[in-house]
Design a protein around this ligand. Sequence first.
Ligand code: ATP
Ligand code: MG
Length: 139
Amino acid sequence: MKQRTLAIIKPDGVSRNLVGAVLSRMEAEELRVVAMKMIKMTKEQAKGFYRVHEGKPFFESVTDFMSSGPCVVLVLEGDDAIRRYRTLMGATDYTKAEEGTIRREFATDIEKNVVHGSDSEETARFEIGYFFNALEVMA
Ligand code: ATP
Ligand code: MG
């Protein structure tokens, strides 16, 4: 089943020059880029994006982090893309992530974990619409 998911290369990934390496891993897994741009979120925009985490102990810190520098936001398309891209990312805590995953390979911290991926179809719809308008996502 063809699906779309929202991916972010987080500020740590961009500042550490990992954009190309992460994109290569996505494309190698047959996830196709159908939208992509670089943005720098304000604190308010980061809070809106991670609003499901409002009230959690890491909310202030993660929204500071996500607004600390440019991110690359992308829409990836592929068969079962949401689940397959989550698998490619690895666990939130990189020390628990499977060998060969993006986070295991590149993350340095539970917060600074290089990439984001939508966790459900409903989340993907919200997150794609949060960053992209219809003209920016390929038909
Ligand atoms: P993401 O939503 O970014 O793809 P995820 O779904 O693996 O990651 P979430 O539980 O949604 O994890 O947490 C969102 C982000 O908040 C994490 O990716 C990480 O950057 C940060 N985060 C989550 N848990 C913690 C924690 N215990 N301490 C610090 N930061 C955390
Ligand atoms: Mg999440």
